[in-house]
Design a protein around this ligand. Sequence first.
Ligand code: CP
Ligand code: NVA
Length: 302
Amino acid sequence: MPRSLCQITDFTAAEVNQVFDLCRDMKTGKISPKPLLGKSVACIFTKESLRTRISFEVGISELGGSPIYVTGPEIKLGQRETVADAAQVLSRYVGLIMIRTFDQSDVVELAEHATVPIVNGLTDLVHPCQILGDYFTITEHLKPKDRYVVAYLGDGNNITNSWLNLASLIPIEFRIGTAEDCHPDPEIVKKGQANPDSKIVITADPDEAADGADVLYTDVWASMGQKGMAEEKAAKLAKFQINSKILNRADKGAIVMHCLPAERGREITDEVIDGPQSVVFDEAENRLHIQKAIMAFLLEKS
Ligand code: CP
Ligand code: NVA
């Protein structure tokens, strides 16, 4: 079976570090492999996107390949035919499949039946490319440290789950400041807690989460597919907004991160997202570099 990235824990800690090394070498231009030369890549989107679509399409071209963009309503994955049949058909045409969809189980099923690598471009459960790129961004901005303190304030969602997955592999003190009924996936929390080199804190006190942190991170309070719950979530999560007051509790050299798109004035203020500690556009840029590294890594191992 080829190697896929359905979630970060499909990699070992050593492999995550290899992907970061590859990313650095590709970003600096030290190497420019073309593992997709002469191949096409199916990019399936059943949810909207700006960063993921464009960074994958550009990255695929830079690796020598040709992207094919296809939307959910066209292929009706799991409805027009089984996910397993679609996986086998697509594998006859393309060298890799990238998918953004709702159910993690669809991504896993694709990976089980495809004969080419699958890359998860976001599900309701996880967003692995985002968090691998974000950790790479942290290493570019902050001095090396045995264990960064990352304070995530807001909804316990696919971004939070992916941070927990990364913390299950590499040492991170990951503090989640969130409301009682907005916690991340309990099974993934357990995986994070199982790494003795990491520390996972879940608190309803935003100050406790942010105190002395190296990174303040947030994301929209209502994810794609949940926009109908926006007001309900906003009421629960208002005190977890990243603003100047909470930023003052973090380390003075702290960086501010957001996967984007942001709902300015809700989970983060203009003053902070546009301020000198914000690295949100570096994060967005690094999606391109990390995804090229992920694709090159998976193709080499498959
Ligand atoms: N961060 C991110 O995945 O952005 P898009 O939803 O625009 O792809
Ligand atoms: N949690 C957000 C992330 C967007 C990149 C969502 O799923 O909509």
